[in-house]
Design a protein around this ligand. Structure first.
Ligand code: ATP
Length: 297
């Protein structure tokens, strides 16, 4: 990569709970979701260059579209259009694609968020978080939450964000059995869209109170995704067998997460699952704590 390049993390988004509460007349679904973001994710490297350039590396590079539909390029072009050509000189962007594609962890949205954050710095733009989130929303409903990348509750179409304070880092294992799932198809297959809102969060969030709270919540997309891809059930049972305190599918799947009391226990569980399912995507990681919260799990 060019001299002077810098890099930004594109975190995986994990929907710890996701309730589908309605549908707008324009077809967008209304949701309520508690989401966290993991240290494991993609990486975006950017440098000023003579000409615009875009390359993709990493395990999942072959599955990423390289043309104008890539959210990296859409984010670059949307920001350039918003602030003007003269302030946005050519850039070389490298995407290291570590997250499985179409897997319910918002990889594309998170890449777009990393590009917006990165380019705002590289181009030394005087642009605030609200303006960046507005541009992000034009690219996808999940981009504003990926820009925030801290524990939060998302409502509306996923763009109305309330940050959750005092939320420590969690030990997580992510497992994907290698079956891409179309978000649109999962939403289309829902049997009902008027489910109840999320219950109030515990006053003090720790591993045990969170687990109890998760037991009374759902991912409303899980039954439909499971019917389309039975391998999701196998991913969940491997997480349970490896000692997860709580396991569920994230987003529209097929990635599932397991909650572990410490990062070390998560690492051991991931090694065990990887040993049994060498072709699956398996990652032990920690979530990003909220501002001022204890970063240890
Ligand atoms: P969503 O819920 O937004 O569908 P997801 O995690 O299930 O998120 P992504 O990995 O973001 O899925 O991919 C969704 C679609 O976006 C894929 O069909 C893919 O072709 C397209 N896409 C465009 N740019 C990217 C990118 N940078 N990384 C991954 N997918 C991308």
């Amino acid at each position: 990569m060019n001299i002077g390049s810098r890099s930004w993390h594109a975190h995986a988004k994990i929907n710890l709970a996701l309730h589908v509460t309605g549908r707008r007349p324009d077809g967008y679904h209304l949701i309520e979701s508690l989401a966290v973001f993991t240290r494991f994710g993609d990486r975006v490297e950017i440098a000023l260059a003579d000409n615009d350039d875009f390359v993709v590396s990493g395990r999942y590079a072959p599955e990423v579209p390289l043309g104008a539909s890539n959210l990296v390029l859409r984010a670059r072009d949307a920001l350039r259009q918003a602030v003007g050509q003269e302030r946005t000189p050519p850039v070389a962007i490298r995407l290291e694609k570590n997250l499985p594609v179409a897997s319910g962890v918002g990889g594309g949205s998170s890449d777009a968020a990393a590009v917006l954050r990165g380019l705002a710095e590289i181009w030394t733009l005087d642009i605030d978080g609200t303006a960046l989130a507005r541009i992000g929303l034009s690219l996808g409903a999940d981009v504003p939450m990926c820009l925030a990348a801290k524990p939060l509750v998302a409502r509306g179409i996923g763009d109305e964000l309330s940050m959750v304070p005092d939320f420590s880092a969690l030990g997580l294992v992510l497992v994907n059995p290698g079956t891409p799932v179309s978000t649109a198809e999962v939403f289309a297959a829902l049997s009902r869209r008027d489910n109840e809102a999320l219950p109030p969060l515990p006053r003090s969030i720790d591993f045990h109170s969170l687990r109890n709270w998760l037991e009374i919540t759902r991912n409303d997309l899980e039954p439909a995704a499971l019917a389309m891809q039975p391998a999701i059930g196998r991913a969940l049972s491997w997480l349970n067998k490896a000692g997860s305190g709580f396991s569920r599918m994230s987003g529209s799947g097929a990635t599932c997460f397991g909650l572990f009391e410490t990062g070390n226990v998560a690492k051991r569980a991931a090694a065990e699952i990887r040993g049994r399912q060498p072709d699956w995507f398996v990652a032990a990681t920690r979530s990003i704590a909220s501002e001022g919260a204890d970063g240890q799990s």
